[in-house]
Design a protein around this ligand. Structure first.
Ligand code: PGA
Length: 253
């Protein structure tokens, strides 16, 4: 079965001590993950080692960075390179979150560089895509997301694209409490899979997990994850509460 992933995106929230406590409380729930299931925690850079140590030896649990530089190394004050993440054994990195695109000017071509650097360093990119409200209102979301995927990912060879996780996050649903309906999520995820199929063939496309993000919570996770092309979620607000995120993990197929 395709991997099913519940990914927490803490963004710029929680102190170190609050982060430690959240992980401790969550791990006390002792949710046993099946072979194809993952619970991933995208934490701020200074918490990566702490989170790695806490999750060490817990089957299916892993840590993610929230971003990395599009440069390999050098005089880029304040940046963090994929190679640095690799040197502390970080297996995942969120790339192209809409907040990075909107507030930090990241475009599809910059993201293509970041994807390459992550893959070179054996880090799985959790690549975010998704349309703003005005694009959805113009019913142009499919073309919009297709362009994001094409420009950032479609330079990859078949064996490289298989290492990517995609997160579809309609921007109008992020942090707004306005979730896409399960039907809207499934429609776009199916479209993304068809788009991947057209480029890479069905067997590759069927292996790539496509997560949904945007106001996922315990109360709607089962319905969303129940859709055939929705392989889990990328969760912001609801991941800041241990019992809420635990119920999201439990909703994985
Ligand atoms: P949200 O954020 O769950 O708070 O809507 C999701 C995300 O931005 O990844």
């Amino acid at each position: 079965m395709r991997q099913q992933i519940a990914a927490a995106n803490w963004k710029m929230n929680l102190t170190y001590q609050q982060g430690e406590q959240l992980l401790d409380v969550l791990l006390k729930e002792a949710i046993a993950l099946k072979d194809h299931q993952r619970a991933v925690f995208a934490v701020p850079f200074p918490y990566l080692i702490m989170a790695t140590q806490k999750l060490d030896g817990k089957k299916g649990y892993a840590v993610s960075a929230q971003n990395c530089s599009d440069k390999k190394s050098g005089a880029y004050t304040g940046e963090v390179a994929a190679e640095m993440l690799k040197s502390i054994n970080i297996p995942y990195c969120v790339l192209g979150h809409s907040e990075r695109r909107e507030y930090f000017g990241e475009d599809n071509l910059t993201l293509a560089q970041k994807v390459l650097l992550c893959l070179e360093n054996n880090i799985t990119p959790i690549f975010c895509c998704g349309e703003p409200l005005h694009i959805r209102e113009a019913n142009a979301q499919q073309e919009f997301v297709a362009t994001q995927l094409k420009e950032s990912l479609f330079g990859l060879a078949d064996d490289a694209i298989r290492k990517i996780v995609i997160a579809y996050e309609p921007i109008w649903a992020i942090g707004t409490g306005r979730t896409a309906s399960a039907a809207q999520a499934q429609e776009m995820h199916k479209h993304i899979r068809e788009f991947l199929t057209a480029k890479y063939g069905a067997s590759t496309a069927n292996e790539i997990p496509i997560l949904y993000g945007g106001s996922v919570k315990g109360a709607n996770a089962s319905e969303l994850f129940g859709c055939s092309d929705v392989d889990g979620g990328l969760v912001g607000g609801a991941s800041l509460n241990a019992s809420e995120f635990a119920s999201i993990i439990r909703a994985l197929k």
